[in-house]
Design a binder for this molecule. Structure first.
Ligand SMILES: Nc1ncnc2c1ncn2[C@@H]1O[C@H](COP(=O)(O)OP(=O)(O)OP(=O)(O)O)[C@@H](O)[C@H]1O
Ligand SMILES: [Mg+2]
Length: 316
């Protein structure tokens, strides 16, 4: 047994030379082993293995004639399986989100054409509601479009010198209704004259998603800080919050498409698609930068973007 196999089945080193079923307590695996030994032919099965956590495995059993042995090859498809599950859940949510506003518009038209509501009621009640719904629809659609373009590689960056300070202020302005609703304290720790070489539109997407997350996942009266550190060879742009934090077991997965830590993490009615950070990561990498995250559950989160300076040294 190689190292990977003992990791998959949590088998301690000393435990070798035992019966298969004692090492791997799974009757389906034991069955395929026996069957292969008996009929001396190749067999393949897929199964869920319940160890410390559920794993989705494909087991291939080869009969080895010379020593009358069976070789098991274990393929661990858990990450792919999880992504598929996330994607299915996302599709369900997304179709629901897209259908809700359409149903509302339909009801509205019916009521209005049957003269059951007045124009006044439409203005005061339905329009603000529809506006919110449509904003959510457009956000979802533009996230999906951005992601599929990025994955297809058809996005061309058009980098130029951009004022980081102005970009940050611009994003904070757009988020200010949410910031004041939650009474969050925001501080900006960056020189006004700092300039980086970036595509302005995509830099905006990056900053917006990171700061939106900080706002979304920080409870009322919390603190958000945006800043830059100059490290000679590179700049570190950071967004820090005193929010709910990210559990350690999820931290490696938050940049995956459709991954959300859990549905119940915000009390906002805003729809969360789990696409924000995957778009951020792709855009950061397209710029030749990198992104890191540090987080403590219940204390807060800090995202850092490492931006190498251009050789001529003229991006600051
Ligand atoms: N600053 C943060 N504090 C705590 N948790 C965070 C923070 N940023 C991201 N997360 C967690 O990481 C997950 C993935 O974030 P991401 O931005 O990709 O998706 P989202 O915010 O759920 O949805 P979307 O951005 O598409 O509206 C979130 O669901 C959230 O649980
Ligand atoms: Mg987000």
């Amino acid at each position: 047994m190689n190292k990977k196999a003992s990791e998959i089945f949590d088998i301690p080193k000393k435990a070798r030379r035992k019966k298969l079923i004692e090492l791997i307590p799974d009757y389906e695996i034991d069955d395929v082993f026996r069957k292969t030994l008996e009929n001396q032919k190749y067999n393949k099965i897929s199964l869920n293995f319940w160890g410390n956590e559920r794993k989705f495995l494909e087991i291939e059993a080869y009969y080895l004639k010379e020593n009358n042995e069976v070789m098991l090859i274990i393929n661990d498809y858990t990450p792919i399986q999880k992504m598929e599950e996330n994607f299915k859940e996302f599709l369900g949510n997304a179709s629901h989100e897209l259908r809700t506003p359409l149903t509302s518009i339909q009801i509205l038209i019916d009521l209005f054409s049957e003269k059951k509501i007045t124009l006044e009621e439409i203005y005061s009640e339905f329009f603000p509601y529809l506006r919110r719904e449509i904003e959510r629809m457009s956000k979802l659609i533009s996230n999906l479009l951005n992601l599929s373009r990025l994955e297809a590689g058809v996005i061309e960056l058009q980098p130029k010198d951009v004022s980081l300070y102005e970009s940050v202020i611009n994003v904070l302005d757009r988020l200010s209704p949410h910031i004041s609703k939650k009474n969050l304290k925001v501080s900006i720790n960056l020189p006004e004259n700092i300039v980086i070489f970036a595509d302005p539109q995509y830099l905006d997407t990056i900053l917006f998603n990171l700061i939106e997350n900080a706002v979304k996942y920080t409870p009322s009266l919390g603190k958000i800080e945006v800043g830059v550190n100059d490290k000679n060879e590179y700049l570190v742009l950071w967004v820090q919050d005193t929010g709910i934090g990210i559990p350690e077991k999820d931290i490696d997965r938050i940049f995956d498409r459709f991954y959300r830590v859990s549905k119940s993490r915000t009390n906002e009615d805003g729809f969360s698609s789990g696409l924000g950070l995957s778009i951020v990561k792709k855009l950061v990498e397209r710029h030749g930068w990198s992104i890191k995250v540090e987080s403590k559950l219940g204390e807060g989160t800090k995202f850092e973007i490492i931006i190498p300076k251009r050789k001529e040294g003229n991006n600051i």
